[in-house]
Design a protein around this ligand. Structure first.
Ligand code: T4K
Length: 372
């Protein structure tokens, strides 16, 4: 019997019968997009759930990142990480900004603050770090550097939905944070995203920029884009919020089962778990070290033979793509820890519908990769 495929993620969906009354409401109102009632309710509900002052909904996180940079009028050079999804750096190019890549921390794989300080030049205007896999960046140190050198900070928080530290939501750090609600994320609206900001004036500017730059019916103040979230996606998001706590609990159980099962496997290393309160287990990355019987890519292929589609997030590094590799900061040897992570890391299936039996299939291959 062929076993069903297991993917790195599977979207979390609410019961369909809970969504139908919302769809009926949209059908009756004929308000489909451009800031309708579900859009408004979803923004409010997210502020409360996440514990943040202002939320601006978007059609996806990539457009939100592009708009966040535009909203703060960022130009020149921006310091960022090569170890991320390519959308992080693409948002800089879309704004005519030069990315400056800095190496990552050996353990968290987030931007290394020591490297940030060394990369600052008179052209540097901002820092664009990523809370990679939902692990918080060193926000205190990044804030200290930003204050010292008068830089803005925009966090790519695409993986960080619901992540908290004892001080509160991780999304309250920096000038702006950008969330993704893509189907593959902890919290999804099929496609979607949001910018978290601190004050009403900034929210107003972002809301104008995501609506072509319109201020009123006849006034356009900037070359804005169409980044609006539709009523369909907003209603779905509102509904998803009812179920997110349970989904986060299940993810935690999946993570704990992996940690227990892999603890004694020579050559496989889980990331440190971090504080148990406030993590979201957005991904489950492991490092495949030289003493494991297979290389990282060998294990990736071995899992595929068993119908298990783990992913090499984030390989290749952003800095190795053609539009980035000519940059001085992308030079070979400049980013050794990011290069090592891109060679060693494999993200295992992790989602709220992964049942223990299916997870055991993954664990069995990891423990005994040479037996078929
Ligand atoms: N910043 C960071 C740090 C990011 O990671 C991302 C996106 C962004 C910014 C930009 O956010 P958005 O503009 O997308 O909101 C996926 C996602 O498309 C992307 O959103 C995500 N990061 C990235 C890490 O992963 P792919 O090309 O790897 O996805 P795909 O289609 O191969 O999906 C992975 C697996 O998920 C599939 O094998 C099966 C499963 N899947 C996927 C989809 C789309 C489903 O079961 N159902 C689905 O509908 O990029």
């Amino acid at each position: 019997m062929t076993e069903r495929p297991l993917y790195v993620t599977q979207p979390q969906l609410p019961p369909l019968d809970e969504f139908l009354p919302m769809l009926e409401e949209i059908w009756h109102s004929r308000q489909l997009t451009n800031g309708g009632p579900f859009h408004e309710r979803f923004e409010q509900a997210l502020c409360e759930y996440l514990g943040v002052p202002h939320v601006c909904l978007f059609t996806n996180a990539t457009i939100a990142l592009v708009t966040a940079l535009q909203a703060l009028r960022i130009g020149g050079e921006v310091i960022t990480t090569p170890y991320s999804f390519v959308a992080t750096s693409h948002a800089l190019l879309w704004n005519g900004i030069k990315p400056v890549f800095v190496d990552v921390d050996r353990v968290t794989m987030n931007l290394d603050p020591a490297g940030i300080e060394a990369a600052i030049t008179p052209q540097t205007t901002a820092i664009l770090p990523v809370h990679c896999y939902g692990q918080p960046c060193d926000v205190a140190e990044i804030e200290r550097i930003a204050d010292t050198y008068n830089l803005r900070v925009i966090y790519d928080a695409a993986h960080a939905f619901g992540v908290r530290t004892p001080a509160g939501s991780i999304l309250n750090h920096g000038d702006l944070s950008v969330l993704s609600f893509h189907a593959t994320k902890v919290f999804n609206t099929f496609e979607g995203g949001a910018i978290i900001c601190r004050d009403a004036k900034t929210k107003q500017r972002i809301d104008q920029l995501k609506n072509f730059g319109f201020v009123d019916e006849v006034t356009v103040v900037a070359p804005g884009i169409n980044g609006k979230m539709s009523e369909f996606n907003a209603a779905l998001g509102l509904l998803q919020l009812r179920h997110i706590d349970r989904a986060l609990e299940v993810r935690e159980q999946v993570a704990q089962r992996y940690r227990a099962a892999l603890a004694g496997v020579a050559g496989l290393q889980c990331l440190p778990a971090g504080p148990s309160q406030g993590r979201n287990n957005a991904y489950f990355p492991i490092r495949v070290l030289p003493r494991y019987p297979l290389s990282r890519d060998g294990l990736y292929e071995r899992l595929q033979e068993s119908g298990i589609f783990a992913r090499r997030y984030f390989y290749p590094l952003i800095s190795s793509f053609p539009m980035y590799r000519g940059l001085p900061s992308a030079a070979a040897g400049h980013l050794p820890l990011a290069e090592q992570a891109a060679r060693e890391v494999l993200c295992l299936p992790m989602h709220a519908e992964l049942d223990p039996g299916d997870q055991q299939r993954v664990i069995d291959v990891l423990r005994d990769p040479l037996t078929r």
